[in-house]
Design a protein around this ligand. Structure first.
Ligand code: ZN
Length: 318
């Protein structure tokens, strides 16, 4: 069996997989992404999670043909370095992630952009298979976007797909990127959590943080948002409604420009909230679609939580 490894290093957890030659998952493991420390602490957890997934497949990591990483931040695909991964602790500078992991895991590494590899996984193996052109929307800690145009990834000059920073309200809410009115300022999990904390500290009633403590988390993960929605928590409902409305405007704007066949919705919140929320996003898009008699297909990512890690493994095979 030719086995490859894949690592999804984004959001609130590190997800690893071992896949066989037909991209079937033979082992997987996950760990929470550290919230303190620096790149070496994160990379250490990544290596541990990769070892665990290999163990689950009865392999040593050195037996893997290669391991791919999907990373946030600015990725240098040639050297495997990652810079300015601001969602990760202490990662403002540059860290040689690929070489560091090669040393620890005893196999070759290929580092790519987390959103792009997840989009390619959906395009080649998941919900995007029927389409030639699509946009992947990863609704999680931030809101990432990946593009496949006419069967090929579109990277622009290296910075394409930053759909989270489409402006949905001029002079609007402050985005984690520092600008105002971005879609991510309303729909990103991190921005929603910051808003929820401000509202809660200002006296607004919500069970979001009680649920968080009960489940021993220090962040409002997508699972916590889901539980709060199920419990009819009014602040959770209000913030998620606001997110859906922003996603509708932002995604419709992309469609007005690119007219792709399909929108694939993934990411922690996207896959967790699933089909009912994809339908709500379709509804929120509609008033903003110029060609509203010919909307694109909107589908939930079918590789779910593992898509990013599988996509990371995919890129090791050129
Ligand atoms: Zn922004």
């Amino acid at each position: 069996m030719i086995a490859r490894g894949g690592i999804d290093l984004g959001g609130t957890k590190i997800q690893t997989v071992v896949v066989d030659g037909r991209w079937q998952v033979r082992g997987e493991a996950r760990r929470p992404t550290p919230t303190t420390g620096g790149p070496e602490d994160v990379a250490g957890q990544v290596a541990e999670a990769m070892r665990e997934a290999a163990q689950a497949a009865n392999l040593e990591t050195s037996a893997l043909a290669s391991v791919g990483v999907g990373s946030p931040g600015e990725v240098n695909q040639r050297t495997g370095s990652v810079s300015q991964a601001r969602n990760l602790p202490g990662w403002e500078g540059t860290f040689e992630l690929g070489p560091w992991l090669e040393d620890k895991l005893g196999t070759t590494m290929k580092v790519g952009n987390d959103v792009q590899v997840a989009t390619e996984a959906e395009f080649r193996l998941g919900a995007g298979r029927p389409y030639r052109s699509l946009v992947g929307i990863f609704w999680g800690t931030g809101v990432g976007g990946g593009l496949i145009l006419d069967g090929k990834p579109w990277l622009g000059r290296g910075g394409a797909g930053e759909i989270g920073h489409i402006v949905v309200k001029k002079g609007g809410a402050r985005c984690p990127c520092g600008r105002r009115g971005c879609m991510e300022a309303y729909a990103g999990r991190a921005a929603m959590e910051a808003k929820a904390r401000r509202e809660h500290e200002g006296g607004r009633k919500t069970d979001l943080f009680k649920i968080m403590k009960k489940h021993e988390h220090d962040r409002l993960t997508s699972g916590i948002w889901e539980r709060a929605l199920n419990a009819q928590d009014s602040l959770a409902i209000e913030l998620i409604d606001r997110a859906v409305s922003a996603l509708g405007a932002g995604i419709a704007s992309v469609i007005n420009v690119l007219d792709v066949e399909a929108v694939i919705i993934g990411g922690g919140l996207g896959t967790r909230l699933g089909e009912p929320y994809a339908k709500r996003i379709v509804k929120a898009m509609h008033p903003h679609l110029f060609n509203d008699d010919n909307p694109p297909a909107v589908e939930v990512a079918s590789l779910g939580d593992l898509g990013g890690a599988i996509g990371a493994a995919l890129q090791t095979k050129g």
